[in-house]
Design a binder for this molecule. Sequence first.
Ligand code: F0G
Length: 482
Amino acid sequence: MSVKFYREEHQVPLEMHKVRVVQKLNLLPVEERLKAIQAAGNNTFLLQNHDIYMDMLTDSGVNAMSDRQTAAMHLADDSYAGSETFNRLKKAVKAVFGTDDLLPAHQGRACENILAEAFVKPGQVAIMNFHFTTTKAHVTRCGGDVIELVAKKGLEPQSDDPFKGDFDLDLLRSTIEQYGPEKVAFVRVEAGTNLIGGQPVSLANMLAVADICHDYGILSVLDASLLQDNVYFMKTREAQCKYMTTKEIYHLLAGKMDLIYFSSRKLGFARGGAITSRNPALIKSLMEYIPLYEGFLTYGGMDVRSIESVAEGLYESLDMDYISQGPEFIAYLVKELDDYGVPVIKPAGGLGAHLNCSEIVPEVPHSQYPAAAVGAALYIAGGIRGMERGTMSEQREPDGTERYAELELLRLAMPRRVFTLSQVKYCADRVKWVWDNRHLIGGLQWTEEPSVLRFFFGRMKEIGHWQEDLASKFREDFGDSL
Ligand code: F0G
């Protein structure tokens, strides 16, 4: 087992890889960072890469590939149908999940589109530990409703519970009874629960959910996009998993859940996605959607080079040396911030560190998007791009009223195998400066608000002139340094 620290008491993670290809970065002066964030409408999605020093927007599609992945890309067998490359992907999926059948798709949300089209009828509900933005958008587009049954501990920002992504199992049973099984389109377990801070689900809980679904004859679906982080936490935090191999865990899950889908932008350090199942009849029932929405059954919207990199990356997601790097870097950042008193979601999860912005700027109300405001402040302070995961990422109710997020988070994602530890320390340093100067941060208001997925393309402006004041304070504190 390989959680490697060069001195156990320091808990400084030790990378089990070396960097062999590099990309030059820019760090603009603070005055230009101020202009850039305002030109981007205070929406970090609209910043340009050129203007960013640390891109912590997401861990999706931005993970560093290994030498084996890039080498495999040269072997790609390009053909519309029946390519050898697809057979290699099938072999990798079989090795990881033990399943024979799979449907390729261009990314995770494409799988969600197909599952929603196939299984969600108007008036039905899809039950999950917690929603993901694209999942919910597809379920509601098909006339369904999303019900979230994450256990209460999942929404406590500070906790030492190791598995905050767990379902409340009693509530799951009673909710199914309340609606009746025929009204439940499926139950979806999201490994590494994204929107509550990358918090894992225990193996015991996942298996119990699958059993409950089986008892009621309801389809169980595992969103495995963040499963590699989740498996790391199972092995390090759950007694029954300590002596299991990663492969045994993946196989056990795939043997219990009816359907598994994943984004290979996360699972597999690449691009693309797929749906797999131990049940060939289920896969057959979804087959027709692939040529309709994605492409032929042997490429599903991915180019063959990507498929090769997914196949190789899937093998790497069994390797603790690789899958421990992200969670350990995140744990390091979370500890640095927590020791300094910055409100951060605890325990550290996968995906990234998550700042609890309701506590950083308690005087900025939900209606002025505190997490987006802290995100803009951190970009001004350090050229660091995070992602708002709070009220801005919610959608208004059909009558136009705001739906306030339960947690106002700024996510600082940790792309896997990308940053060095000194960059992570820089990030901690700049977050601490934002925390020290939090009294300067004010709210934001819309200038352009799209009706769907507004966090992607919406634009906002500062309320008052707090951003100019923050940039001036930075200049005062840092002198000529960037
Ligand atoms: N499921 C989970 C748990 C995800 O985190 C994502 C994407 C998806 C599904 C959709 O996959 O992007 O390949 O279409 N999460 C990204 C993020 C976008 O930044 O958290 P996709």
